[in-house]
Design a protein around this ligand. Structure first.
Ligand code: UD1
Ligand code: CA
Length: 454
């Protein structure tokens, strides 16, 4: 019988090297906090318990990473990684197998951990990695037989030890009693006067407890984020992994190095994405969707055949069929675009449905509107949806033609097949099938002379 797995995640460090007010584990990679990535990976292992060690002076960590069934353990003083693990131990049952993860290692994959868990745990196990440049990491010390005799932190390492390229990933595994017996003996005689978790290895070795190291195949996924430079490197790696997944799924990314993804993207076949596109949140792109350069999309669903032209910004919208957006369009939350519709350049649309084959090709604001099918919205049309206190709806029925430079003062309805003359301010409902316009008579002053400069 396998022992119940309990995962301890260390997330109480201040992250001084980030030089930020934000606690380190709330710095983001791919748009979500470092800790959220680690929690996702941890839950993929179906553990019996997840224990997160946090600093009670930074409760925003808990708020930002709320999940069901997390036990939060407080570490009031940041006395080191060993001390942090000690804070979580009272919540871990006696028969548990304990996996320790660091909250600043976001790209770690569950399958790597599964391998570590699959092998039977005897004594104390650590996941190690080989780095051509091991700077900053704890070095793994082994005896001739390959057993781990200890882990030495960079700051405490001798010149010879610093040349060791096998380093501590920070991920360790042990039965609770084994880990506990080593934690009890931790001291803080080191350059930082901290209780280092890593010292459990020399303690275990001295006690005759078996210590083993399993080397991870892809070291880059185990990189930690201590400073902004490492954070940027992780972002780059995250992006490369995500874009590789998309390309494997058949997406044409014109340049995966000039593309950003901060969330989950579902794709159909033959999706084309030009350079400098940012995809955030939950995105789904149907077959043949094309996204032009410089577009930013957040939480959008685009139906098959939809085209988004250069420099458009889309958020919280859906297209229900092939439609045309941009260039330079701004489509805001609550917008639904039906097949054949068009939102052209310098058009802003918010909380509006645009029916089949309806077009707003230039320079308009459409907010809180229901627009039917085959409607033409002339350039410069504005729905005046806000009276300074409340928002009101504009209803434009099928086959309406709105002339250029029209203001529709909501609440207002333009009936089916109506025409609105250019330059009108429409304050009352316009009847179906008729021409409505509000425009002052054009006058010409004969013999008018321009003023001359005195
Ligand atoms: C640590 C390891 C190092 C390893 C590296 C891998 C120690 C002493 N060193 O160094 O051997 O190679 O990770 O990335 O363990 N934390 C707390 N409370 C504390 C201190 C830290 O919760 O009192 C948390 C931090 O929030 C962080 C994690 O523990 O998530 C690791 O701490 P950090 O300071 O980043 O350790 P490193 O210097 O990277
Ligand atoms: Ca770290």
């Amino acid at each position: 019988m396998r022992k119940p797995l309990h995962i301890i995640i260390l997330a109480a460090g201040a992250g001084t090297r980030m030089k930020s007010r934000l606690p380190k584990v709330l710095q983001t990679v791919g748009g979500s906090p470092l800790l959220a990535h680690v929690l996702d990976t941890a839950s993929r292992l179906d553990p019996a318990g997840i224990h997160v060690v946090f600093n009670p002076a930074a409760p925003e960590v808990c708020e930002a990473c709320q999940r069901p069934a997390i036990t939060w353990a407080e570490q009031t003083e940041q006395l080191g990684t060993g001390h942090a693990v000690q804070q979580a131990m009272p919540g871990v049952p006696a028969d548990a197998e304990v996996l320790v993860l660091y909250g600043d290692i976001p790209l770690l994959e569950a399958r790597v951990l599964k391998k570590l868990l699959d092998a039977r745990t005897v004594g104390l196990k650590v996941l190690t990695m080989n780095l051509p440049d091991p700077t900053g990491y704890g070095r793994i010390l082994r005896d001739e037989g390959g057993a781990i005799t200890g882990i030495v932190e960079e700051r405490d390492a001798s010149e010879v030890q610093k040349t060791i390229t096998e380093v501590n990933s920070g991920i360790i595994l042990a039965a609770r009693p084994v880990l506990m017996s080593c934690l009890e003996d931790l001291g803080s005689e080191n350059s930082q006067s901290e209780y280092y978790l890593t010292d459990v290895f020399s303690i275990a070795h001295a006690k005759g407890i078996q210590t083993t190291g399993v080397t991870a195949p892809v070291a880059a996924d185990l990189a930690g984020a201590n400073d902004r430079i490492q954070l940027a490197a992780l972002e780059r790696r995250y992006r490369m992994k995500k874009s590789t997944e998309l390309m494997r799924a058949g997406v044409q990314l014109v340049d995966p190095g000039r593309f950003d993804i901060r969330g989950e993207v579902k794709v159909g076949s033959d999706v084309y994405i030009d350079i400098n596109v940012i995809l955030e949140g939950d995105i789904s792109l149907g077959d043949g969707v094309r996204i032009g350069p410089g577009c930013v999309l957040k939480n959008c669903q685009l139906a098959a055949g939809t085209r988004v032209h250069a420099y458009s910004v889309l958020e919280g919208m859906r297209s229900l069929g092939a439609c045309d957006i941009g260039p330079f369009a701004r489509v805001r939350p609550g917008t639904v675009l039906e097949a054949g519709s068009k939102v052209g350049n310098f058009v802003e649309v918010k909380n509006t449905s645009l029916g089949k084959n309806s077009k707003a090709s230039h320079l308009s604001y459409l907010g809180d509107s229901s627009i039917g099918e085959r409607v033409n919205i002339g350039a410069g049309t504005i729905t005046c949806n806000y009276d300074g206190v409340n928002k009101h709806r504009t209803v434009i029925e099928d086959d309406v033609f709105i002339g250029s430079d029209t203001q529709l003062v909501a609440p207002v309805t333009v009936g089916k097949g109506a025409d609105i003359g250019a330059g009108s301010t429409v304050t009352r409902d316009a009847p179906a099938g008729e021409l409505t316009l509000s425009r002052s008579e054009q006058v010409t002053i004969p013999g008018w002379k321009r003023p001359v400069k005195k």
